[in-house]
Design a protein around this ligand. Structure first.
Ligand code: PLP
Length: 412
């Protein structure tokens, strides 16, 4: 493999999630559509919290495939579950038939949450689009004008039309105008939300309890309580997008458990099926009651293979020992990041919870991400001057310490 200097690309050229900040020389000849600026080295295998390129260089992974690989790589139990699922000969049946893994997974999610029903799909954006439709149908069941959707400043909810309208990134939206109508963005404060959440016209409001792409911002629990009170009074569906922050990453299975606020819907995806594509919408009985056959659908969603794998993943992520590890180790990790900030003088702010941390730094994040890659550490950006660290949830203190050492060296 040839080594090369990795130029930093401007924000406008960053990927969907802002993390891939390197220009790959192979891109010019790649048949892959150029929607991502990929790092140059092909990743050929993974083990534990490490990825390896084709020259067998190891990369300590504090990105987890953007919050997907919660159990790290080549987890023996996960691999065995996949082999067992394959042995049934069933990868796909369609949603025209009952399948037991999907039903068992839905039951587990219902048992562990506020929800009474679950809809499975194939990605985060799809989960949010589905949630928007469900909120809208619920709103319309009360009044034909109760259809609008509201999201928050700094939000990222996906790149399909309605989710793009709910995503607070003008650069992502501008080339694709007109966006889906009926979606607006409110500031993250009660005064603006109070004005935006008109009872007569708003069906739903969507919130990431911890904003990921928007800079790793833990939304104030007090604000969420106020928002819950407002939405309950005005019969507006409160949707928590837990696609990045959910399924154990904050130290509880659902991020909403940290806040004491129970939403009407939760969307999830990323780690749900251990790296296989899967999304889900969890909803309460009132919203489930308005949805009828034909109202929404997907060919692949919740198929037997992916659901078998997700059943195992959710069981693992719901394990109290794992969640306790995320809580205590995550807190320790946060303290180490604060110490690193003081030591280097290169960090303006440290924010986060569990295994989800952001650092505002004094130089463009893309350059640090590129230097870290050279040093064998994979990290992400979340905005021009913010680094984002999303280690696998199973990462040990020793592994985190190694990453902190690498990061400290790169930041100096
Ligand atoms: N919502 C949040 C909070 C996300 O972080 C993402 C992806 O980064 C999405 C939605 C979109 O998910 P997907 O890329 O699977 O469509």
């Amino acid at each position: 493999m040839t080594t090369m200097t990795l130029p930093v690309v401007p924000e406008s050229a960053q990927s969907a999630t802002g993390e891939a900040t390197h220009v790959a020389p192979v891109a010019a000849v790649s048949p892959l559509l150029g929607t991502y600026k990929r790092a140059p080295m092909p990743i050929v295998r993974g083990e534990g919290v490490y990825l390896y390129d084709d020259a067998d260089k190891a990369y300590l992974d504090f990105a987890s495939g953007i919050a997907v690989n919660a159990l790290g790589y080549n987890d023996p139990q996960l691999m065995q579950v996949m082999r067992d699922a394959m042995a049934t000969g069933l990868i796909h049946t369609s949603n025209l038939f009952r399948t037991l893994p999907g039903e068992a997974l839905a039951q587990l999610l219902v048992d562990r949450s506020f929800a009474s029903s679950v809809f499975f799909c194939n990605s985060g954006a799809e989960a949010n689009e589905g949630a928007f439709k469900m909120a809208r149908k619920w709103g319309r069941s009360m009044s034909p004008d109760k259809t609008r959707l509201v999201s928050l400043r700094g939000a990222f909810h996906g790149r399909l039309f309605a989710t793009l309208a709910a995503t607070d990134r003008v650069a992502y939206q501008a080339p694709f105008m007109p966006l889906a109508p009926g979606v607006s963005i409110s500031e993250r404060d009660l005064t603006d939300l109070d004005a935006a959440l008109d009872a007569a016209t708003v069906a739903g409001v969507i919130v990431e309890p911890v904003q990921g792409e928007g800079g790793v911002r833990v939304i104030d629990a007090g604000l969420l309580h106020e928002l819950r009170a407002l939405t309950a009074e005005r019969k507006i569906a409160l949707i928590f997008d837990e696609i990045q922050c959910g399924l154990g990453r904050t130290g509880t299975l659902f991020a909403y458990e940290q806040t004491g606020v129970v939403p009407d819907m939760v969307t999830m995806a990323k780690p749900l099926a251990g790296g296989l594509p899967m999304g889900a919408v969890l909803m309460n009985g009132d919203i489930a009651a308005v949805m009828a056959p034909g109202d929404h659908g997907t060919t692949f969603g919740g198929g037997p293979f992916v659901a078998s794998v997700a059943l195992h993943v959710v069981q693992r992520l719901a394990d109290p020992a794992l969640l306790a590890h995320v809580t205590t180790t995550g807190q320790w990790f946060g303290e180490q990041l604060h110490a690193l900030a003081r030591r280097t003088g290169r960090v303006r702010a440290v924010r986060g919870v569990g295994m989800m941390w952001g650092m505002d730094i004094v130089e463009p994040a893309g350059g640090v991400v590129a230097r870290a890659l050279e040093a064998g550490l994979l990290i992400l950006s979340a905005g021009d001057y913010t680094l984002r660290l999303l280690p696998p949830l199973v990462a040990t203190r020793d592994e985190l310490t190694r990453g902190l050492d690498l990061l400290g060296g790169v930041l100096q």
